[in-house]
Design a binder for this molecule. Structure first.
Ligand SMILES: [Zn+2]
Length: 307
């Protein structure tokens, strides 16, 4: 088959279809999520969602970068900047900035729908192939999920970067809405209990992390997952309110079964863990023992979000 001048080869045209579809799903999801804000049950949730959506608007409908199948940047991402003005006691100013880039990526070999990398800035990739059949709520849910990771990374950087002045500034900032919601120190007990299970699990499953760090990371994961549920419920309520119908308020069922929860985490982070390893009799035994602690964590995060 031959192609005329200016006509892209079929592989690029297919990629283009995937880029366009995902960009549209996220853009429409953004509008839908924005319309659901009044349906969120607390001011804190509303402010957090408003903040995340304001960042997403820097990338959708335009502004997001594109990455091709080989991982090359076809189009750079716009940079979205979160600026936090901090004034120290002596009056000196310590402006803090965190920059974010967001790409739609056509790369293969990734099993996750989205991913967040962090260094001195944040970079989010949404995978077009995994998300090609995604519903609006999956597309916006994945975007918000990765932005939640961005936010935790930003706050960690903020606390580290500014040292004593930052600590004071960070404490002040984190006492305010919506930031108060992302203070997870109240979950230390949950983290310790998870860590004990993970010490056993890491002996048989090759996740390259220490049990403590993995436990802390799973608390953040549970937060991101529960926030997705909260937003999805609000979207469903908003839809019913518009149609003046009643219906089930919970549609998403994000698994808080330990195995599914850990599997999602492993996929999102691209760790080389096989299904066989996750399903070995020893692993299943540990997951069994973890069940009640993971369920308690999920419930605690949810009531924290609803408080
Ligand atoms: Zn995650």
């Amino acid at each position: 088959m031959r192609f005329g001048f200016g006509e892209p080869p079929p592989s690029l045209r297919d990629a283009d279809v995937r880029f366009k579809r995902l960009a549209k799903q996220v853009t429409d999801g953004l509008t839908t999520a924005e319309g659901s804000i009044p349906q969120l049950s607390t001011k804190g949730q509303q402010e957090l969602l408003r903040f995340l959506l304001s960042l997403l608007k820097d990338f959708f409908p335009v502004g997001h970068g594109l990455v091709d199948v080989q991982g090359n940047v076809l189009r750079p991402s716009q940079i979205s900047t979160v600026s936090i003005p901090i004034t120290a006691r002596d009056g000196s100013r310590w402006p803090f900035e965190h920059r974010i880039r967001l790409y739609l990526s056509d790369q293969t070999g990734f099993r996750a729908a989205g991913e967040h990398y962090t260094g001195n800035f944040s970079s989010i990739r949404l995978y077009t192939r995994e998300l090609h059949t995604a519903t609006l709520s999956d597309a916006i849910g994945t975007s918000l999920h990765e932005l939640i990771h961005m936010m935790f990374a930003m706050i960690r950087r903020f606390e580290r970067y500014l040292g004593p002045i930052g600590a004071e500034g960070a404490a002040r900032l984190l006492a305010q809405k919506p930031w108060r919601l992302v203070v997870l120190s109240g979950f230390d007990g949950h983290r310790d209990r998870l860590e004990r299970h993970l010490l056993d699990l890491l002996r048989i499953i090759p996740i390259p992390m220490q049990a403590g760090a993995l436990a802390a990371s799973l608390i953040e994961e549970a937060f991101a997952a529960q926030f997705e549920v909260v937003v999805d419920e609000a979207i469903v309520r908003a839809t019913h309110a518009k149609k003046r119908t009643r219906g089930p308020s919970i549609l998403v069922n994000i698994g808080f079964q330990p195995k599914e929860f850990l599997k999602f985490y492993v996929l999102e982070h691209g760790f080389a863990v096989t299904d066989k390893q996750l399903n070995s009799p020893q692993a299943l035994q540990i997951f069994q023992r973890m069940t009640s602690d993971v369920e308690l964590l999920a419930k605690a995060i949810r009531s924290h979000l609803d408080s």
